[in-house]
Design a binder for this molecule. Sequence first.
Ligand code: ADP
Ligand code: MG
Length: 586
Amino acid sequence: MTQKIRLLDETVINRIAAGEVVERPASVVKELLDNSIDAGSGSVRIDIEKGGSKLVRVRDDGGGMSRDDCLLCLERHTTSKLTSEQDLVRISTMGFRGEALASIASVSRLTLLSYDGASEEGTQVQMEGGTIRKVEPIGMGRGTVVEVRNLFFNMPVRRKFLKGYKVEAGHIEEFVTNVALAYPGVGFVYSEDGRVKMDTPPVSSTFERIRMLYSKDVCNNLTEVDYSVDDIRLHGYVARPPYARSSSRSVLPFVNGRAVRDRLIGAALNRALAHMMERGRYPLAILFLELPRESVDVNVHPQKAEVRFVHPQKVFDVIVNGVHEAISGGPFGTPPGYREPIFPLSPVSSMARHLSEPEPKEPAPPDPIARAPREPAPPRQVQTEVLRDTPGKFESLGIVGSLPGSFVILHSDDELIVLDHHAAHERILFEDLCRADAQKGVIESQDLLIPKVLEFSALEARTLASALDVLQRIGFQVEEFGEHSFVVKAVPTLCDRADLDALFGELVERMLELGHQGDPHTRKEQLLKNLACKAAAKESKKLHVEEIRSLLRDLDRTGSIEVCPHGRPITARFSLKEIRKKLGRS
Ligand code: ADP
Ligand code: MG
């Protein structure tokens, strides 16, 4: 009888594991960078050639390795980072599993050079397809260099699946950028085919690092997020709408210092900015979520980019509330977990602050390193408490006049501001309607002298009937009236000028278009958004100063959300500096 089952050869096992760990050159960069960060490096240099398929080299000045460790680390399941099963639950370093180096070595020509500063000399190990070819002593400073050449040279099929060099290099650059953002205290140099593309010396804060990596325009639009609930902390930066990008790749979430891809975080961010983004546009956000190791599972995928939260709803709420607070300048006020009103009565806006105060000094941004992210941050004192009684800032603007097309011209000490009357009115109405719907505000209602009867088709009537309770809450008195018709007896005062036939007609049409998409909450918001849009002033009639004043007062009341519910900006601003420049006055 012949034996059919046998243990696989070690190199074959490694190559199988490599299939999981090493998908493309960017995965090599990821594993090597993780190791360098784990080794406590102060500066790391990454060089790639031909999209990483010809060469990936990572050099660091971290702790390095002894000769024995150099040999050991290239074997599978050797790690200095995990000693027991319990450690698996609390993975605090980037790497785990101890299979990255062995896997990479099995599908490339890998050279490892390392010196730990304590041994007599450094060690160089050369491998080819998982087999050690040469081990020799070498003189070098403390640190480690891993050079990976000809990735997948022994896996032609995998090699064929690689996209072009440019695409692969793009993935690598994106990843290096993420790591640079997460570790501002570490210096990074990154080069492609001999050309340095990124050189970021160590700095003491995330914001300084952001300034090195993003344009001035982006930085000027960023607002700080720092929000904690229990032991979950969210911090980072979000660009204020109307600033937006056309791809969701502009959202960079990190969980406990690790760049992740995560649907929940993206969804929460969309929720927080739901009424400030145009369709198909995405926020720019760099967000760091810190939570206890045991509340998150990063061990979902060998590449460790996906995570699983033990309490996803809680994480979701922290993001929604934290981002919303940062953007609207007002506290949320609702206990976490309760999701209905995301339209707070925010007393003071960040924009308003910006208007009346002299050039704000750059706030000292948080230093994620000095601020030991493992410790939950103290609950945040919301500054708005202090400012609550100051008069509205929109109201303090000077009124210049109005322009045809429903524009109002305003000015502050250093800005000329064009306000879109329709968009502003829409925002005010929307906030009022939402508050009324959440029964947090009273909406004035006005009886119609002659009740208005509206007729619909059977389908339309059913649709409208399903929205009657919301309409009721926000000040409409609408009742079913015979077959497929309704009678409107009262309307919210803020809609009293609207053409009811058009308003209800379009409302029902939009509801039908939407059908049963989205959850009931989203559908209701759509309805309120449409109502606000229909009811908002449209005609370009000339406004009286008093009407403008009252508009500005109302705007102050709604907070600082400087976009209409569809995401269009409410104001266009021209700084005095800009105007001087245009007019040749320096
Ligand atoms: P893991 O990172 O999961 O432990 P790796 O295969 O990536 O597995 O690395 C194996 C071990 O090699 C690490 O635990 C570490 O001790 C050592 N090592 C790898 N890269 C470096 C480096 N750049 N500097 C110091 N030690 C390193
Ligand atoms: Mg590792």
